[in-house]
Design a protein around this ligand. Structure first.
Ligand code: DGP
Length: 113
């Protein structure tokens, strides 16, 4: 996607601080962290949001959660962490490329705002 910020980060056209990368998944630190640990985990294939996950593209989502589990162990988030994905404007999705926010290093309230 030509105008997608996250596709540009994947392509290396916009710099990012990487936490993990393989052939299908990239994890990088959020520019505007909302917790001591705030990493975005994204598929390299452009999927607009979790509302666009189908049987044809869902394998990468399972892999994303494997990456998240591995990252949290590496980062020592043993007391807990939160994974959030915003879908659409009313949920506050500002970048229309599927991404999972991995947040940790502090306590979180429930329900979220
Ligand atoms: P959301 O609001 O759920 O669509 O989250 C998008 C997140 O992406 C937001 O927390 C800020 C982050 N973000 C936006 N642009 C960039 C960027 O160029 N680099 C990095 N590292 N993060 C970005």
């Amino acid at each position: 996607m030509n105008d997608c910020i996250f596709c540009k980060i994947i392509a290396g056209e916009i710099p990012s601080k990487k936490a993990y990368e393989d052939d299908t998944v990239l994890a990088f630190y959020d520019l505007s962290p909302q917790a001591p640990v705030h990493i975005l985990v994204i598929p390299k294939a452009h999927i607009t949001s979790a509302a666009d996950i189908t049987g044809d593209n869902s394998a990468v989502v399972a892999h994303i959660f494997e990456v998240i589990a591995s990252l949290t162990k590496q980062l020592g988030l043993n007391d807990g962490f939160r994974v959030v994905t915003n879908i659409g404007d009313s949920a506050g999705q500002s970048v229309k490329h599927l991404h999972y926010h991995l947040l940790g290093g502090r306590d979180f309230t429930w329900p979220p705002g």
